[in-house]
Ligand binder design. Structure first.
Ligand code: IYR
Length: 222
């Protein structure tokens, strides 16, 4: 009776008590994730990065077009080139382009135009969003909800890296055009996020900030 092109869903029920245990465990594990700017230079295997990218690639996405390209860079010269270009843009941003209202909320986070994490971390993963797709008739067509799709995938990547036992940072150099040039990406791909991945440095620090409570971030209507 199944629809053409469909297969049975693989799904196994989890007992209620086990779900209660898991939801607490998952929250506890997730709450330990922090964004640090301080990375160790210690190596990480390519296999780990591949599995994290494959995990991100399981994200729900618009029309199943999977509108993402993940660039994983461990080449030190290329990382240096990316860092140099990012720091040029970020210096302009922090010095001239960032309004006072923005500086105010960034100040407690300790961010600045120095992007040492790009050369310290063993891997830099750059997520490119595909704005178009090549149709089977050879013409270009749009992708759908590519920003939402890539945002979800990025979240899954970050979660995978955390669960693997490593750390990552979401860096958003602005504008990001230099990444397309350096990494020689086609015109229909737009850089969205740059994520150094690695071990935290021995002396890594994070800002002393707190997360909102369930009451502050949600409304339940029962
Ligand atoms: N893109 C800059 C500035 C920056 C902006 C926000 I919003 C942050 O939460 C952190 C940094 C940068 O990546 O440094």
């Amino acid at each position: 009776m199944s629809q053409d092109g469909f297969i049975p869903l693989q799904w196994q029920e989890v007992p209620a008590s086990e779900m209660e245990r898991r939801c607490f465990e998952i929250y506890l594990e997730s709450s330990k994730r922090r964004t640090t700017r301080h990375f160790s230079t210690r190596e990480v295997s390519r296999n780990i990065i591949e599995k994290a990218i494959l995990t991100a690639g399981t994200a729900p996405n618009g029309a199943h077009l999977q509108p993402w390209t993940w660039l994983a860079v461990s080449n030190q010269e290329l990382k240096q080139k990316i860092r140099d270009a990012a720091e040029i843009e970020e210096t302009k941003t922090y010095q001239d382009r960032m309004p006072e209202s923005w500086q105010e909320v960034l100040a407690p986070l300790g961010t600045d135009a120095v992007k040492a994490h790009i050369t310290d971390a063993p891997w830099v993963v750059i997520l490119f969003r595909q704005t178009k797709r090549l149709r089977s008739n050879g013409q270009w067509g749009p992708t759908y909800y590519s920003t939402e799709s890539c945002g979800i995938a990025a979240g899954m990547f970050i979660s995978a890296i955390h669960r693997i036992g490593l750390t990552t940072l979401t860096h958003t150099p602005s504008p990001m055009g230099f990444l397309s040039e350096i990494l020689e990406r086609p015109e229909h791909e737009v850089a969205m996020l740059l994520m150094p991945v690695g071990y935290p440095a021995d002396n890594a620090e994070v800002p002393d900030i707190h997360r909102k409570s369930i009451e502050e971030i949600s409304v339940f209507i029962e």
